[in-house]
Design a protein around this ligand. Sequence first.
Ligand code: ADP
Ligand code: TYD
Length: 210
Amino acid sequence: MKGLFITIEGNDGSGKSTVIASLKQELAKLDIDVIYSREPGGSYVAEKIREVILDNDNIAMDDKTEALLYAASRRQHLCETVIPAINEGKLVVCDRFIDSSLAYQGVARGLGIDNVLNMNQFATEGFMPDLTIYLLVDPQIGLNRKANQKELDRLEHEKIDFHTKVYNGYLELAERFKDRVRIVDGNCSIEEECSRVNNIVLGYIKERGM
Ligand code: ADP
Ligand code: TYD
C-alpha cells in the first residue's frame, strides 16, 4: 500500500512549525508510521543546498539560480526521503514543498508560476502532495512573529512587499490547485490554528483509510 504525502505551506511566520509540532502529538496517538520533513532540506545533501540558499552572505544570488537550487534540493529530498517512505506505506508530513517555489520564486521573484512549475517537473517527475494546507496569515503579522523568534535568513530579510506578493501568490495557487489545497486562516490563537489543522489532517487520513 502506498503512503500519503501531506505538505504544509504559508508565509514566513504563518505557524507551520507550530502546527506540525501539534500534529505530531495527535498522530503519535494513532498506530501509523509517520515521518516529518522539511524543504529546503530533508536529507543530507538537500540540507547542504539549504545552507547555500539561505546564507545571508549570498546576496549576489540570481533569482533563477535560487529557483534551481530549491528544485535541486527538492529532487534530492524526494529521492532520498519522501518517495522511499511513501513506497513503504508511511505518512510523510512536510514543512513546505513545490507550492513554496511557485509562490516565492514564481510570484514574488516574478519568474512566473508556469515557468517555475515546468522547471520543477524535471525535479519531481510529476510527484505531487496528496493534500496541502495553506496557512494564511497577514504577512506583516507573520514577519513580526518571526522577528521575535530568531536571526532572520536571506529570504526573511526581504521587505514586506515581497512577503505580500508571496501571500497573494498562495491565494492564486489555492484557486488553481483546488483539488489538493485546503486553506486555514491562521489569524487566530495558536490553539485554534493547531486545532483547525489537526481536524483537517486527521479527517483526511481517515477518509483515505490510513
Ligand atoms: P513558520 O514555521 O510558519 O515560519 P512558526 O511556527 O515558527 O512559523 O511560528 C513563528 C512564531 O510565531 C513562533 O514564535 C510561534 O510560537 C508563533 N506563532 C505561531 N502561530 C501563532 C499564532 N496563531 N498566534 C500567535 N503566535 C503564533
Ligand atoms: P523555512 O525554513 O520554511 O523558513 P520558515 O520556517 O521561516 O518559514 O524556509 C526557508 C525560506 O525558503 C522561506 O523564506 C521560504 C523559502 N522557500 C522558497 O523561497 N522557495 C521554496 O521552494 C522553498 C521550499 C522555500
